[in-house]
Write a protein that binds this ligand. Sequence first.
Ligand SMILES: Cc1cc2nc3c(=O)[nH]c(=O)nc-3n(C[C@H](O)[C@H](O)[C@H](O)COP(=O)(O)OP(=O)(O)OC[C@H]3O[C@@H](n4cnc5c(N)ncnc54)[C@H](O)[C@@H]3O)c2cc1C
Length: 393
Amino acid sequence: MARTCDVIVVGAGPGGSTAAHDLAQAGADVLLLDRADFPRDKPCGGGVLISAVKMLPYSLDPVTEQTITCFRVRYKRSWEFEHRYHEPLAIMTQRSRLDAFMVEQAVAAGAKFRDGSPVRSIDGTSVTLANGDVHEAGVIIAADGANGIVRRALGLPRLRGAVALEGNADRSEQRAGQRWSDAVGLELGSMPGGYGWVFPKDDHCNVGLGGFPSAAPTLRGELSKYAGCESFEADALSELRGHHLPLRDPNSGLVAGPVAFVGDAAGLVDPLSGEGIGNAIRSGQLAAEAALEFLSGESTDLSAYHRSIEAEIEPELRVARQLQALFHQCPWPYVQLLRHSDRFWTAFCRIVRGESSYTKFQSRLGPAKVLVDAAAAFAERRGRQVAAWQTAS
Ligand SMILES: Cc1cc2nc3c(=O)[nH]c(=O)nc-3n(C[C@H](O)[C@H](O)[C@H](O)COP(=O)(O)OP(=O)(O)OC[C@H]3O[C@@H](n4cnc5c(N)ncnc54)[C@H](O)[C@@H]3O)c2cc1C
């Protein structure tokens, strides 16, 4: 016999635990499920931008390992420059700690949590676990990540995306590791469609890179070249893990009947930065709001969630797609702009801190926006042609 609750949240990453937290806090009966035993790790740099930190109603201090005020940017594995800001830009954590902490907040708000509980199938509002248990709810929030079961169970197409590979290098033993405490490293210009990073944690640095799917076969070699160029020893990187970052196609569905997709399950990763924790949190909050309206009878379906994403997140993704296409068409001028223009660096910091946004940045371009739109449309078209050509060859 099925056990019932108001909302089942599938997946306890940042998107799922945020939705569960907000629903439980508003008095809903919520079941949060995850297939993994917690605490669990996940391929991720574990960098949380201050814009994302600010979205949460609780502090992330208990799981913050470093606070970042400096970006050290390297171009094509050669020269580098650094910029500092007078306020924090990001915090560095480990996903095993962050996600367990966020689940704790959801449980403290009243959500029921079952880890080690893989969802096997979905039928309407009924969720069957691998052990045969069946749960029934008015709303299902699919927060099950990049390769989630819910999309597949509902016959929805797989989201296209980028690929990334990352590993960890011990900071205490690595000479280079001592350089990174309040600074993150970015490597621009080498990876088609992506970039490399060094993210410092308490006792190690996370070193990784990502790019277009066509770059997948080269990731391992490129990562060891990048690590070498940052003076990490050749075999310094352990726990190498690759993963795919799902990117939303404009206009793709976010709601299917009683199911709302959030975070990576909806493809809400920022295509320019690869940052996905912020949009996972925000979409979890918006899905919770729409679910509460539906459960209280204020609305007849979850379409309010789709509208909120289209109004708030999709415009940001649209500009990020344009900037990504322009940057990767010819990265050099943008790196120079970042290097030499204080205004550009400050605009970047304000976006990262959530004090501005891509859309506000774009609107400041005034009439030049028409030219930028045209150049971006050209770059996006060319990017698609190159991707199609690479897939075919
Ligand atoms: C290499 C790499 C580096 C990255 N670095 C960063 C970074 O530094 N900063 C940043 O902001 N973003 C980063 N991202 C993106 C970020 O990791 C994701 O966008 C973010 O985790 C999305 O959160 P989510 O809650 O949607 O999904 P996830 O965090 O993926 O959580 C999904 C959860 O669903 C569970 N699940 C899956 N299937 C089932 C099932 N059948 N039943 C029950 N549970 C299930 C999983 O166990 C998992 O816990 C990175 C991504 C990659 C691949």
